[in-house]
Ligand binder design. Sequence first.
Ligand SMILES: [Zn+2]
Length: 302
Amino acid sequence: MLVRVLGAAAGGAFPQWNCACQQCQRSRSGTFAGQPRTQAQVAVSEDGVAWTLLNASPDLRIQIEATPQLWPTGNSLHSPIQSVVITAAEADTVAGLLSLREFQPLDIYATPSVLRIIREDNSLFALLDRVPRQAAWREIQPNVPFSVAQLDYQPFSLPGGFPGFVTSSRKSELDASEAVIGLVIESPTGARMAYLPGVANVEESWRDWLDECDLLLFDGTFWTDDELCRVRGGGKPASAMGHLPLSGPCGSLAALSGIKCARKIFFHINNTNPILDESSAAYTEVLDAGWEVARDGMEIRI
Ligand SMILES: [Zn+2]
């Protein structure tokens, strides 16, 4: 299985257009010991020919242009991107679908609740339904495996609600267990990857299957729970946004210590997170714990 990290940052990217925090300022001025990053986006492929996107970030068009494997071939409309698996209805996970609207056939997988938000509450996405056989919207259910382009997917429900733009009356019609899903993806050779970009807490039972994974892409949004408030002087705690911070006795570094997964990578990193700074103590602590910090353009073969 080939895994390409097209974008490693959380929503807003790094630097974020309206953020003047120290890290964003130093990134703009060229004095930051770390790379800029686009918004979270991953592509996977078993054969290197047919690719599946995991979510569709607002930066998708420039991420595709930065990735030759995803360029069209021949001399007409074509794309190696054949499918998209959506794990939540957030703007950061679906907005990029609008960049895929140029009459390209696509299989789009999401839970029934997420599909209703996309298709019934946001008429812009009808741009993907302008001609027959353009978007094929495919329902998936937590705990019901499905296969896409030779890869087997095991979706499971994660804690976390529907996006803030979903009305309360609509929420009352939806199934909360379908709001946010994680994925374990397995290749025909048995290589296994876990994709968990937004995790509120680590269940003790996860250790068993995480030990069996060759690759873990895990929520690296915040270093501390009060990060936004401390860095920007305002904003919700990480826990209120459905993200377990990395540090501290209850953080993800502690909760996942000792798991046997071969490659553990923090992904979906907010611009305020000090792990972006390769001269920081936080970055060193992450590396010393056996983790990596995702970068745009990372290619992993498992
Ligand atoms: Zn910032």
